[in-house]
Design a binder for this molecule. Sequence first.
Ligand SMILES: Cc1cc2nc3c(=O)[nH]c(=O)nc-3n(C[C@H](O)[C@H](O)[C@H](O)COP(=O)(O)OP(=O)(O)OC[C@H]3O[C@@H](n4cnc5c(N)ncnc54)[C@H](O)[C@@H]3O)c2cc1C
Length: 341
Amino acid sequence: MYNIAVIGGGCMGLASALEIQKLLKNNVQVTIFAEKFTPDTTSDIAAGLWEPYLLGETEPENLIRWGKGTYDYLTQLWQEGKAKEAGICLQPCINLNEEASEETPVWLPITLGYSKLTPGHLKSLNEQYKWNFNVGYSFITFTWEGAIFLPYLMKIFSENGGKTVQRRIEHFNELSNYDVIVNCTGLASRDLLNDLDVTPIRGQIRRVKAPWQYSSFLIDHKNEGSCYIIANTHSVVLGGTKQKSFDTTLSDADSDRFLNHLNRFIPSLKDAEVVKNVVGLRPYRSKVRLEEEFLKTPDGKTLKVVHNYGHGGSGLSLSVGCGQHAAELVVKMLRVDKNKL
Ligand SMILES: Cc1cc2nc3c(=O)[nH]c(=O)nc-3n(C[C@H](O)[C@H](O)[C@H](O)COP(=O)(O)OP(=O)(O)OC[C@H]3O[C@@H](n4cnc5c(N)ncnc54)[C@H](O)[C@@H]3O)c2cc1C
């Protein structure tokens, strides 16, 4: 029986833990150590849209592999009738940009149905919304709230015999009795590993009750930044900000900026009942770190570690695909003979 420790109870930790259980079946005991579990992680704050976003220079082939892994998993849950339990909703999303140079993203063909908006379509949108969009694409995607999805994953994890321990890990050495350690600590990897490439990108959003809204819009304004409407099952997310900052206090100036734009776009949202305003820090890195590493403890032991962090604005979107990849790396590490290291 292998003993695997996963550090982190956000979407990455849970998805990795579940995929390790799936791959190693009855031969594994997985324990998740986390300082915070749902509903207190960044993953619980996420707006819940499947769309790879803010991923720096992450290789396109990885982005497609991880994004597709998650999209396929959501499709399967949706087809099996688990959409309500997992908080999943399949819906159209329109991406509109005032910049003519915006390229069609590499991940678009993963989605169920997509198209680049024609000049005629853009013209009619511009007339309707009094905007000046130059490029746009539409696609069918999933939205799903972390606050519903994480408890869903936690339930399956414990049904599979997984253990959870609420504890802050100061150093990987504390887990030296485990066969492999999987690091899914998100932004906290900055301190845990002194990886200064991990930086916070502050996101402020508002959740409102707008049960008539069944589609999502992402709008990029040339001078005034981006804003979005993301329809989840129980609320609609209005957002947002993307600032390099550690500040988690709410800013009226930020919400005024994106609400002004969005109210112009869909006026009915103006009077929608506010559920909550919230700020979270996206764990941005110049590229996602998903790889294995051997670390030495002060007493000369070798730790086998798989890192899975730095997913920027796409943690939910890449969670299952990255979890599958991390699980494969765990199996690869288990095969390495410790005596030969
Ligand atoms: C406003 C906003 C909107 C977003 N919208 C979307 C979206 O629509 N779609 C999308 O895909 N992504 C979105 N994101 C991004 C997404 O939330 C993150 O990429 C994702 O949550 C990262 O997941 P994670 O599991 O790596 O980190 P986290 O969710 O932060 O989890 C980290 C875990 O590690 C634990 N931990 C950290 N350090 C230690 C330690 N030393 N010891 C023990 N435990 C530790 C924490 O307690 C926690 O359990 C959004 C983010 C924000 C802020």
